[in-house]
Design a protein around this ligand. Structure first.
Ligand SMILES: Nc1ncnc2c1ncn2[C@@H]1O[C@H](COP(=O)(O)OP(=O)(O)OP(=O)(O)O)[C@@H](O)[C@H]1O
Ligand SMILES: [Mg+2]
Length: 302
C-alpha cells in the first residue's frame, strides 16, 4: 500500500513546553485519517510541521515515501486549510480563487470552475465572499485547497462553527472527494461523533502524544462489551462484586453506575446475588463501549 504520510518521533517544543511529543503517525493512500484531540492537544502544530510552516524541534516527516525536509515540491501534492480559511471579503469567490491560482502558478483557468463544481458552489462564483455563510466559506476553502489537484488534503477542524446541517454537508463532501477523486484526507477535530462517522483510521493525540492509532474496523472489534449496572449503592455493589462474585475487572463509571467487563455470560447470576444482598438493581444489561468511552478512558477524562 502507498504511504502518504509517516512521521518519526516528530517533536516540537515552544520554550520549555512540549506541544508535540515523539509523534509517530502513518497515513495510507485512501485513508480518511481522523486526528482527534482536545483543544491544545497539538493537532495544529503537527499539521503546521507537515506543511513546513513550523520547523520540528526533532524527528522526521516522510511525505509520499520521501523525506520531506527541505523538499517543498512535495507540498505541491498537498492541499490544506489550517484553522480558518482567509479570503478577501470584497472580492467574489471566483476572484479569490483566481488570486490563489496565480500565486500558486497553476496553468489554465479551468481549475477554478472545476474546483467550485467539486464542492458544489459554482452558482455563487460571482458572489462576494462577505455575503457567504460559514458553511459556504468552508466549501470555498476546500475548493481553493483543491485548485492544484492535490492527492492529499489536510483539513484542520473543517466543521468548526458549523451547524449540524453544515457539518453533515462537509462530511458528505469529504466522503465524496475521497471515493470519487481518490483523495486521501487528514482531518483534525475535537468532536468525536463527527470523526466517527467518516474516518477509516483514527489517531488520538493528548498533550502532544499520540496515544493510539487504530483503524476504525479494528476499533469496532476491540471495543469492549460490558454489563452496565445501575444500583442504589455503588460501594456496597462493589463489595458484593468482589467478595461474593470474585469480579475485579469493573469500574464505577458514574455514581451508582458500574461497568463489569468480565463474566458477561453470568448476567442473571450477578443480578440475583446483588438483589439477595439487599441492593436495588434499577438496570442491568449488556452494552458495548462507544468510541467516546474509549477516548475518555485513554485520555483519563470523564
Ligand atoms: N507559537 C507558539 N508558541 C507557544 N506555544 C504554542 C505555539 N503554538 C502552539 N502552542 C502551544 O502548543 C499547544 C498545542 O497547540 P495546538 O494549536 O497545536 O493545539 P490544537 O490541538 O490544534 O488545539 P485546538 O483544538 O484548540 O486548535 C498549546 O498548548 C499551544 O498553546
Ligand atoms: Mg488547532
Amino acid at each position: 500500500m502507498d504511504t502518504i504520510l509517516k512521521t518519526y518521533n516528530l517533536t516540537r517544543y515552544f520554550k520549555n513546553f512540549t506541544a508535540v511529543d515523539n509523534l509517530n503517525m502513518t497515513i495510507e493512500k485512501g485513508d480518511i485519517y481522523g486526528f482527534l484531540g482536545e483543544n491544545g492537544a497539538g493537532k495544529t502544530t503537527t499539521i503546521r510541521m507537515i506543511m513546513q510552516l513550523v520547523k520540528p524541534s526533532s524527528g522526521e516527516i516522510e511525505l509520499f515515501s520521501q523525506k520531506s525536509a527541505n523538499s517543498r515540491y512535495l507540498l505541491q501534492k498537498i492541499g490544506s486549510i489550517i484553522e480558518y480559511p482567509g479570503f478577501y471579503p470584497n472580492l467574489t469567490a471566483g476572484e479569490n480563487l483566481e488570486i490563489h491560482r496565480r500565486m500558486m502558478g497553476i496553468q489554465g483557468k479551468n481549475c477554478i470552475d472545476e474546483a467550485l463544481k467539486l464542492v458544489d458552489i459554482r452558482d455563487v462564483k460571482n458572489k462576494k465572499v462577505k455575503e457567504f455563510s460559514l458553511g459556504m466559506k468552508q466549501r470555498l476553502g476546500i475548493a481553493r485547497a483543491l485548485l492544484h489537484h492535490p492527492e492529499f488534503l489536510i483539513l484542520d477542524e473543517p466543521t468548526n462553527g458549523l451547524d449540524p446541517t453544515g457539518i453533515k454537508e462537509i462530511r458528505e463532501l469529504i466522503l465524496e472527494l475521497c471515493h470519487k477523486q481518490n483523495i486521501t484526507f487528514l482531518i483534525s477535530s475535537h468532536i468525536l461523533s463527527e470523526i466517527q462517522l467518516m474516518a477509516t483510521k483514527i489517531g488520538i493525540i493528548h498533550r502532544g502524544s499520540l496515544l493510539e492509532e487504530i483503524s476504525y474496523d479494528e476499533l469496532q472489534k476491540r471495543n469492549r462489551h460490558y454489563i452496565n449496572i445501575k444500583v442504589n449503592d455503588d460501594k456496597k455493589a462493589s463489595f458484593v462484586l468482589e467478595e461474593k462474585l470474585n469480579i475485579h475487572d469493573y469500574i464505577i463509571w458514574e455514581k451508582n453506575n458500574l461497568r463489569v467487563y468480565e463474566k458477561l455470560q453470568e448476567i442473571s447470576n450477578i443480578n440475583r446475588i446483588l438483589v439477595s444482598n439487599n441492593l436495588s438493581v434499577e438496570e442491568i444489561c449488556l452494552k458495548i463501549d462507544s468510541l467516546e468511552d474509549h477516548f475518555l478512558r485513554l485520555t483519563g477524562g470523564k
